[in-house]
Design a protein around this ligand. Structure first.
Ligand code: F6P
Length: 376
């Protein structure tokens, strides 16, 4: 349900700021365009904050200005472009900013009050925050501190609650599926096991949807810890049936039974970086099956390129809805897809719990019924 946290009249907004935070995702520019055009119709000036909130928060790093004027002319022709014209960052959250302490050590410090002050001193009356769980958690804190703010759910990982889907996910799944199609022919020609790692953090949505669509033989997701003896047995069985090759899709957050996911690094002010899951699975499968095995990491390729038609449309709808929400006096909410409509949900609810793959959901059941090994 919509939550009106403020009753401010739309006419009191003169200057609206847009921020894109976290990892980029196809559709960011489409959201920006919709926000700018819809806000222009309200008579509001729009500025883009460079690199998350850094343009405001770290002005010294931007000698040319941390705010980019966003006019209808500036956002012309960007709907189909990947990336974000205002930049983004997934390092240095204002809620846990890496800061040098008096004793010389570094620590994560909540500096959100400074950001609130920066909004005021730059005449920013309202904010559209486009991001995933990290950015929307920041938005929720800012809303509680009185900032008039509406969130837009972005992430290729699709791990945000309270929206049927986030923008960027469909583009990532479509590209991953195309890659699996391509890997089939080389796997078959060489009679190899191809282990393909996809992003998704602690949720297996990309791996599951692309794996089923791309007819993988095994799909390993964080929600179902794997036993590689089961996967090796499934690969051997295929061999006996005259199919001496296999495609194994591994979510970057997949983990063995009783084990944990593979982490590359963890820096102050940033989430831990996952990686190495496919390499680990490939190495162990090679030992167990004695088959020639290769691993491929699709990684950031899933974040690049043009948004699919589906993502373009929901991005444009989300951007327009965010302005509509502000114009109607809402704040502290996220726009959310609830077909056939877009509604507003409190940011506190949207960020409370990560949306992971239910082990008994229809797509998991479908995978099992198609004979795909899920490693359990
Ligand atoms: O959250 C989006 C995401 O693409 C995750 O799937 C992935 O773990 C992470 O970002 C990678 O981020 P980075 O840009 O730091 O490599």
């Amino acid at each position: 349900m919509a939550q009106r946290t403020r009753k401010t009249k739309a006419s009191t907004i003169r200057r609206l700021a847009v921020s894109t935070g976290g990892g980029d995702a196809p559709g960011l520019n489409a959201v920006i365009r919709a926000v700018v055009l819809a806000a222009h119709r309200q008579g509001w000036e729009v500025v883009g904050i460079r690199d998350g909130y850094n343009g405001l928060f770290l002005p010294d790093q931007y000698p040319d200005g941390g705010l980019i004027p966003l006019t209808p002319a500036r956002v012309r022709g960007i709907t189909h472009l990947g990336g974000t014209i205002i930049g983004t960052t997934n390092a240095g959250s204002p809620l846990a900013f890496p800061t040098k302490m008096p004793d010389g050590t570094m620590a994560e410090v909540d500096r959100s009050d400074e950001l609130v002050e920066a909004f005021k001193s730059n005449g920013i009356d309202a904010v559209v925050a486009i991001g995933g769980d990290g950015s929307l958690t920041i938005a929720n804190v800012l809303a509680k501190k009185g900032v008039r703010i509406v969130g837009v759910p972005k992430t290729i990982d699709n791990d945000l609650s309270k929206t049927v889907v986030t923008f960027g996910f469909d583009s990532a799944v479509s590209f991953a599926t195309e890659c699996l199609d391509r890997l089939h022919s080389t796997a078959e020609s060489h009679r190899r096991v191809m282990v393909v790692e996809v992003m998704g953090r602690y949720a297996g949505w990309i791996a599951l949807n692309a794996g089923v669509s791309g007819t993988a033989d095994a799909i390993l997701i964080p929600e179902i810890p794997y036993d590689l003896d089961k996967v090796a047995a499934a690969i051997r069985k295929r061999g006996f049936e005259g199919r001496p090759f296999a495609i194994v899709v591994v979510a970057e957050g997949a983990k063995p039974k009783g084990g944990s996911h593979s982490v590359v690094e963890k820096n102050l002010g940033a989430a831990e970086r996952l990686g190495g899951a496919a390499e680990r699975v490939a190495r162990e499968l090679r030992a167990k099956t004695k088959k020639d095995t290769r691993h491929v990491v699709l990684g950031h390729l899933l974040r690049g390129g043009s948004p699919t038609t589906f993502d373009r449309l929901i991005s444009l709808r989300f951007g327009a809805a965010a302005v509509r929400a502000l114009a109607q006096g809402h704040s502290g909410v996220m726009v959310a897809l609830d077909p056939p409509t877009v509604r507003y949900v409190p940011l506190a609810q949207a960020t409370k719990r990560m949306k992971t793959v239910p082990r008994d959901c229809d797509t998991v059941r479908t995978a099992r019924e198609l004979g795909i090994c899920l490693g359990d």
